[in-house]
Ligand binder design. Structure first.
Ligand SMILES: NC(=O)c1ccc[n+]([C@@H]2O[C@H](COP(=O)([O-])OP(=O)(O)OC[C@H]3O[C@@H](n4cnc5c(N)ncnc54)[C@H](OP(=O)(O)O)[C@@H]3O)[C@@H](O)[C@H]2O)c1
Length: 200
């Protein structure tokens, strides 16, 4: 069992939190205002610092422009893993970084391992990667210690999870998300579509 703090309880955060709870993990939601009535049915919700303090894994599921203000409010320490699930969709990456993954890596304390994952799949499939037509393709990139753990978490969720490599592959993941967004909205494929893999 992994202690997972989900930062941001929107579409992505609640889908992943539901999935991680289903696969046996201890999930806490880190939210700006736990007393907000919209979170009344959310189990284990707490302020940002409290929910992340003892987590093994912290998942970032907030809008891109909220990332620079949110990370300093978390309780992050060496040994923890941060998963960046964000995309800069209708906005530039804050701070002049090339990718959201690099921004996140620049903001977390030394010794915190960073992986980018779950940003390439629509929220509708994030809680369960198994579909009647196959497992949803889920690329991951980042620091070795983080990627190994995320591969396991994602595989348990039912995804066809693949490591692309280190931090230099963040760009590939964010381009892949742009492809999904273009097909879903620009080409009218809709939010329910997902990539699967055929290989020998
Ligand atoms: N939607 C998708 O299918 C999808 C898929 C993959 C990746 N992503 C990426 O995942 C991230 C989250 O997307 P989402 O669709 O889950 O968004 P969302 O439904 O709008 O949820 C965002 C959450 O972030 C919280 N938040 C914290 N600080 C915030 C701030 N300063 N401003 C606004 N909200 C803040 C909000 O909660 P409070 O306002 O209550 O604090 C809200 O619960 C984004 O970076 C997005 O690009 C989205």
């Amino acid at each position: 069992m992994t202690r997972i703090a989900i930062v941001g309880a929107g579409s992505v955060g609640t889908a992943l939190g539901t999935g991680f709870a289903r696969t046996g993990h201890d999930v806490a939601y880190a939210v700006r205002n736990p007393d907000d009535t919209k979170y009344a049915t959310l189990p284990h919700r707490a302020p940002l610092a409290d929910a992340t303090r003892n987590a093994d894994v912290v998942v970032l599921a907030v809008p891109a422009d909220a990332v620079p203000g949110t990370i300093p409010m978390l309780s992050l320490a060496p040994g923890q893993v941060v998963i960046d699930a964000t995309n800069a969709v209708r906005t530039a990456v804050p701070g002049g970084h090339a990718t959201m993954g690099e921004l996140v890596a620049a903001l977390v304390p030394d010794g915190v391992a960073v992986a980018k994952a779950f940003n390439t799949v629509g929220a509708e499939h994030l809680g369960n990667g198994e579909t009647p037509t196959g497992r949803v393709f889920l690329p991951i990139a980042g620091d070795d210690a983080a990627v190994d753990l995320v591969l396991q978490l994602a595989t348990d969720l039912g995804f066809e999870a693949v490591s692309l490599g280190g931090r230099d592959r963040f760009e590939m993941l964010e381009a892949h998300a742009k492809l999904w967004i273009h097909l879903a909205f620009g080409r009218g494929w809709g939010r329910q579509f997902a990539f699967t893999v055929i290989r020998p």
